[in-house]
Design a protein around this ligand. Sequence first.
Ligand code: PLP
Length: 374
Amino acid sequence: MRIETKSIHAGAKNDTDNRAVTAPIYPSTIYRHKDDSADPAGHVYTRASNPNRESLEELLTVLEQGKKAAAFASGMAASTAIFQALEPGVHVILPLDVYHGTRELLTGLMKRWNLDTSFVDMTDLDKVGSAIQHNTRLIWIETPSNPMLHITDIKKVCELASSRDITVCVDNTWSSPALQNPLDLGANLVMHSSTKYLSGHSDILSGAVVTKEENEIFENIRSIQQISGAVPSPQDCWLLQRSIKTLPYRMRGHCGNAGKIAVFLNDHPKVERVFYPGLQSHPGHLIAQSQMSDYGGMISFQIKGTGNDAMKITSSAQIITNATSLGGVESIWEQRVRSEAENTQTPANLIRLSVGLEHPDDLIEDIEVALNQV
Ligand code: PLP
């Protein structure tokens, strides 16, 4: 089955009571005990499991070609569960320009877990290899990375990890399973902020972890999910499953529009540099071509000007909203440093654009007018 079909049918449950084609939402927090107390099957209490979360987890498992999935109340809750599933004191390797929230989680809140971290340029495999220590237990990949769109070779990093006891986790938020399946490339875990493309309409906060195998680290993640309870509501699970039905078609639109806009920006006299893996000039273009089915809907670009100019441009558009986040049907952009921590390495004149599903010519005209404000 192809992804368009899986997105619509995987995880869908038959409603035998009423024969509804669209699955119902189960808001109930509690479920009647089975009469036979020796039978542990079924739902008991919604923090542990509920029908809508179960359906969503089945769908995500199928889309990422994994064994099991655990849904969370946000991407950060999913990431936190992965780091907490590690033994305190072990070493973790992450990309230099990892999503700033992940960096802050590890260098701030998780400090008490005493994880030892190395932030490495993952486009350079030698650097990844030499960062590995005797106690490295996790390599975290983000590709394309947020916000610089660096491309990491997932297969090659997995090869470095495979002979050692190291889990490789890929934050697949920016690609979505419609464009990239890290578990097929050798990764052990995939993490999603499903708030972004999976949701697609900027109206659900949620996250997920999908595992290739049912192993100890996933058992830990499942326990953290069920015991600490950072889980999405049945309503959010239902809505997310509904949104995912159109994911492959939405991703086609995002990629098509972004490809056109990247070329337009690349030729624009007021733009200094464009970061988009679909451009042949992008240093990670060939790796992206080999591991992604298309190049995604995210573009970052530096303008010829200051941070203030970037701010002025992003507040001058008529269609593109000046807002953070990404992956929705509506185009949004921001001067990226505004949303990152003080110690960010992101250049002040960098604008991050999440290309939506409006007509690309309308978006290009909007960008042209905004660029001409400075
Ligand atoms: N990972 C990436 C790549 C992100 O872009 C984000 C959010 O922007 C997250 C993780 C965090 O996800 P959430 O905001 O759903 O907690």
